[in-house]
Write a protein that binds this ligand. Structure first.
Ligand code: SF4
Length: 87
């Protein structure tokens, strides 16, 4: 069994071009300006490979995986269940 992880985004580093949302539509949508909104949910085991690829492919290295239930610094869709937001 693997430890639960969540996606987080550094919105200072992010350039808002949206590659991550194309790679992970299950977990990321874009706001009106093209910046990512995360689902806030734990990354499903079936998506771990895709999530790791998206983290590596982010051109600004703005995506990261965080261990545990919290995702401090991440920005989530309204009503998605997480409590933190940056920007
Ligand atoms: S791929 Fe990286 S730089 Fe592009 S929108 Fe997503 S987090 Fe931001």
């Amino acid at each position: 069994m693997t430890a639960p992880v969540r996606l987080a985004v550094d919105l200072i580093a992010c350039d808002g071009r949206g590659l991550c949302a194309e790679l992970l539509p299950e977990l990321i949508t874009l706001d009106d300006w093209g910046y990512p909104l995360l689902s806030g949910r734990t990354v499903p085991a079936a998506l771990r490979g895709e999530v790791s690829a998206a983290v590596q492919l982010c051109p600004r290295l703005a995506l990261r995986l965080e261990a545990g239930a919290g995702a401090a610094g991440s920005r989530v869709r309204p009503g998605a269940g997480s409590t933190s937001q940056a920007r």
